[in-house]
Design a protein around this ligand. Structure first.
Ligand SMILES: *Cc1c(COP(=O)(O)O)cnc(C)c1O
Length: 375
């Protein structure tokens, strides 16, 4: 397709329907396809293996990450599981220590029993990459969840040895950061978040430039079967068209809110890579186009009263939608991490995570002001 990001986001995989000229191609709500003779068909035989609506989405997803290939899954977690399925019993995974709670649960409570070993390290210092002989995968998120640490993807890629480097790029979105260009082998998204952008679907995707990895992922996609429905593929694809404008608004609002919080007496600490005092600010400047829509902070006050007073922010898990959400990691998104381990990682009961939406920033700040006063 070519063109700049905004143009690719709108046109990739979105060519008009060749049959009717419909500018928005139809949703192929279908499970199976007629064959002219046994094994002779138009490229589709069964929708778990491939579906025209999913194929269009996958072309768009690949374009956004500057990747050759993309495979769409039924959720971000299903996409993560597909990557783990590439490993063998006895293999070791080195992961960042500030991770999506569901990723940690998948590693520890599902895949560990199939003979994979997992270790966690603070990868915001690349010197913490210590590989074992059997390390086959390095797994990281940046910005991290929920502490918004920044990991230097290129520095980790330089230390990956024979291991594959997978980057969960959900928090940044492809508009802000493209890990494959920085040396990653695989990029993962929960398209539930910024790609979909409207909190109305669950989806995931993996992108890569490596044809062999792609073939293996396609095989897992079809064989394990965690595929997204054509309707959900359509919704993600529709969301992608406005990704650039939404991300600009998310970033602009988030910076304003981070600055407001940093100056507020009831806020003990703000985590936002766009603030100059953030330890990852310089790396973020280099590897991201802007600093994202997620802001976390330590509240010096009554957390329950804070959440109860919010009106514009909705108390809910998830992120990346047009509406602002507030989350309490210790009891919500990160509750599946044992308390001791959670606190060791810096996720205290006073931590609040905001997914800053694209409402008017003054309404968001007034809402926070009221809630902080009540805290
Ligand atoms: C939500 C999320 C996931 C999991 O995605 P689902 O679509 O909920 O399965 C993985 N990583 C990150 C960073 C997420 O925010």
């Amino acid at each position: 397709m070519g063109g700049r990001f905004e143009t690719r986001a709108i046109h990739a995989g979105s060519e008009p329907d060749p049959l009717t000229g419909a500018v928005v191609p139809p949703i192929y709500a279908v499970s199976t396809f007629q064959q002219e003779a046994p094994g002779v068909h138009k490229g589709f035989d069964y929708s778990r293996a491939d579906n025209p609506t999913r194929q269009r989405l996958e072309r768009a997803l690949a374009e956004l990450e500057g990747a050759k290939y993309a495979a769409a899954f039924a959720s971000g977690v299903a996409a993560t599981a597909a990557i783990l399925t590439l490993l063998e019993p006895g293999d070791h995974v080195l992961a960042g220590d500030d991770l999506y709670g569901g990723t940690y649960r998948l590693f520890e409570q599902i895949y560990r029993k199939y003979g994979l070993a997992f270790d966690y390290a603070d990868l915001s210092d690349p010197a913490n990459v210590r590989l074992r002989e059997n390390t086959r995968l390095i797994w990281l998120e940046t910005p991290t969840n929920p502490l918004l640490k920044i990991i230097d993807i290129q520095a980790i890629a330089e230390r990956k040895g024979d291991a594959l480097l997978a980057v969960d790029n959900t928090f940044a979105s492809p508009y802000l950061q493209n890990p494959l260009a920085l040396g990653a082998d695989l990029v993962l998204h929960s398209s539930t978040k910024y790609l979909g952008g409207h909190s109305d679907l669950i989806g995931g995707a993996v992108m890569t430039n490596d044809p062999e990895l792609y073939e293996r992922l396609k095989f897992v996609q079809k064989s394990v079967g965690a595929v997204p429905s054509p309707f959900d593929c359509f919704l993600v694809h529709r969301g992608i068209k406005t990704l650039a404008v939404r991300m600009k608004a998310h970033c602009e609002n988030a910076l304003k809110i981070a600055q407001f919080l940093a100056a507020h007496p009831k806020v003990e600490r703000v985590y936002y890579p766009g603030l100059e005092g953030h330890p990852g600010h310089e790396v973020a400047r280099r590897q991201m186009r802007d600093f994202g829509g997620m802001v976390s902070f330590e509240l010096g006050g009554d957390v329950r009263a804070f959440f109860k007073t919010l009106k514009v922010f909705t108390l809910a898990e998830s992120l990346g939608g047009v509406e602002s959400l507030a989350n309490h990691p210790a009891t919500m998104t990160h509750a599946s991490i044992p308390k001791e381990e959670r606190e060791r990682r810096g996720i205290r009961d006073s931590l609040v995570r905001l997914s800053v939406g694209i409402e008017h920033p003054d309404d968001l700040i007034e809402d926070l002001e009221r809630a902080l006063a009540a805290a």
